[in-house]
Design a protein around this ligand. Structure first.
Ligand SMILES: Nc1nc2c(ncn2[C@@H]2O[C@H](COP(=O)(O)OP(=O)(O)O)[C@@H](O)[C@H]2O)c(=O)[nH]1
Ligand SMILES: [Mg+2]
Length: 243
């Protein structure tokens, strides 16, 4: 007899120095009254983020923590969390930033979309521009990066670099996670592109992104260049049928 999968989801939150934000974002997820657990993947944050998660775990049994020995990058933190999820029986697996840029109030929309789509993508650029507190330069960069990625890869989404999204577990089972190479914004593009190339159905919902008020961004110029090259690599690998 085939065991019935639980209709539960897991929200993966990668952290590096998010002490000011982590407890609020976790509470925000649990406030949504959805069948969701939370996994924080912390890279030995010097500010004690992991200890704050541990103390919340004492009162919240749906909260889990994985720690890694040093700052190993956002992409590999997600891969770690996704593999952890696949070893358990989660049906829906979500990505979400710790810095409150992603409002947990959007989780119900993402969750319900996954009932009949394979990927639910929280998009900042679906109905105009929904970004708060970014300088014009960063907005332009993000906007142009999306046009660039869409032109090179043909991926039909408005916000391929968004880090707020959900996958049905079958998507992550199908993608060979060990072959996912990129780490920053390119990681987001790569995951959606691989899924789309495998024929999975992507549905975007509109989200509002609010720039962090506490802590600092860990993204660097390096991750921008990674994305510039990665889209060509992905297109090339797709041509060879090796994604
Ligand atoms: N575990 C882990 N998390 C990271 C790493 N780099 C960034 N993050 C987390 O990834 C999320 C997005 O990073 P952030 O610096 O806010 O990027 P930005 O929003 O593009 O400026 C936040 O929750 C960060 O704490 C890393 O190397 N390891
Ligand atoms: Mg951020």
């Amino acid at each position: 007899m085939i065991a019935e999968k639980r209709e539960r989801g897991l929200v993966i939150i990668p952290t590096f120095n998010e002490a000011d934000n982590i407890q609020r974002v976790i509470r925000g997820v649990f406030d949504q009254a959805l069948p969701l657990d939370v996994l924080v993947v912390d890279d030995a944050s010097p500010d004690g983020t992991a200890d704050l998660v541990r103390s919340l775990m004492e009162e919240e049994e749906r909260l889990y923590l994985e720690t890694r020995p040093g700052k190993l990058g956002l992409g590999s933190a997600y891969i770690h969390g996704m593999s952890w999820a696949l070893e358990r029986d989660y049906q829906y697996i979500f990505e979400m930033d710790a810095d409150l840029s992603h409002d947990p109030k959007h989780l119900p929309d993402l969750f319900w979309v996954l009932k009949d789509h394979d990927i639910a993508l929280g998009s900042r650029y679906l109905n105009g521009v929904n970004v708060i507190n970014w300088p014009m330069s960063r907005l332009l960069l993000s906007w142009l990066a999306n046009i660039y990625a869409r032109t090179v890869t043909g991926l039909p989404v408005h916000d391929s670099t968004s880090g707020f999204k959900g996958f049905r577990r079958e998507v992550l089972e199908q993608i060979d996670l060990n072959r996912v190479r990129s780490d920053g914004y390119a990681f987001q593009i790569e995951m959606v592109y691989r899924a789309w190339k495998h024929g999975f159905r992507v549905r975007e919902i509109s989200i509002t992104f609010v720039e962090r008020r506490s802590g600092i961004s860990k993204m660097s110029k390096g991750v921008i260049w990674e994305a510039v090259w990665m889209v060509w690599y992905l297109r090339f690998m797709a041509l060879l049928g090796r994604l």
